[in-house]
Design a protein around this ligand. Sequence first.
Ligand code: S3P
Length: 443
Amino acid sequence: MKAPSPTPMTIGARGALRGTLTIPGDKSISHRALMFASLAVGESRIEGLLEGEDVLATAAAMRAMGATIERDPDGVWRVLGVGVGGLLQPTTALDMGNSGTSTRLLMGLVASHPITATFVGDASLSGRPMARVIEPLSRMGADITASPGGRLPLMLRGLCPAVPIEYTLPVASAQVKSAILLAALNTPGTTRVIEPVATRDHSERMLAGFGAALSVERTLAGRIISLTGEAELRPQSITIPGDPSSAAFWMVAASIVPGSDVTIANVGLNPTRTGLLSALRLMGADIEAIDPRTVGGEPVADLRVRHAALSAIDVPADLAPGMIDEYPVLFVAAAFASGRTVARGAHELRVKESDRIAAMNAALGACGVAVEEYDDGLAITGSGGEAIPGGATVASKLDHRIAMSTAVAGLHATNPVTIDDIAPIRTSYPDFLATLDGLTGRA
Ligand code: S3P
């Protein structure tokens, strides 16, 4: 895939953020909605789908394997599924762009179909480890030839019928769990995934909604998810809640910029995703959940966030799975707290869209923040609420969350912060800058 030319952007202080905003649909749930709907027999309807590049890569791949996926002018997506076992052989390589979720989940899907698919991606994705899915999917019978180090590009030849397995996750990863569950859908017998540490459970919730034979048991060994295959999925009408990982940027921005008062509408508050909310509240953030309700089988509320004096904390490591994508922006919050925040136990950050520990150490360090790097996290000495120096150019490293987190840091910096490339933001949050303009009176 040809790398597009970088788009630099400079962001400085703009004063308080105020108003009510909407956020894009949840990225994890959007991927799953497209995949499961493509496996149902008949037409599903999806409202609130995230129209970012990552999710569009999933849509393109599902079309390439036979699903009909269309967007109505009112923004509702309609998916005509092919039925479990009905995927077709794609005629070209599946281009996953920057999306690890598309790659790992679709590898699972292909693994139990009688088709061969080649997966390619951008430079960031091609550096990420795929052995974590190659291993269990090979045990189920898939034949996978990967690039050195278990990376993309790779070719996967599915086996039909595949072999059910019982698998204990060696890393806490919803992507690996979901890859196995997707493979299990077209596998005879019962496949079991044991997760010693709970990760986001959107696959389980949504598969049950589509009518899959799935059960979850909580034991001393962890959560045991059992799925009996050769399932028939029934089409659904799905409403996707707002993405808490996108809300995160406004939760931190409003907390650190004096005078801010924002209400973020329709934020998904699945308990497997609320780690940042817990961590910010421990730091003294003023975040009120208004009108808690259920949307599409997921808990949701509006969040009112007002500026507050933040205090440093030792971030509890057990919050990590529930905020794994929010560490970059948590590090930004820590840069404005009083005292030294220590966030460790998050090794996984090294293998996200970028090495997020190194990327945020470099970015915050360049902006004049005192940061220490550990193998599994950062320690950050905050400004006590004052503006940080800023005035640097930071590298977003093909990582949307690094770009957006450093943009938030620029909002309370003495000198503007330049991000070398904001293009990656399109993968998960195409309207990020427009929303920022709206909240700062520039729209
Ligand atoms: C995701 C799981 C997480 C997360 C990613 C989305 C998912 O990855 O970081 O952005 O949708 O299942 P891991 O499973 O690798 O932790």
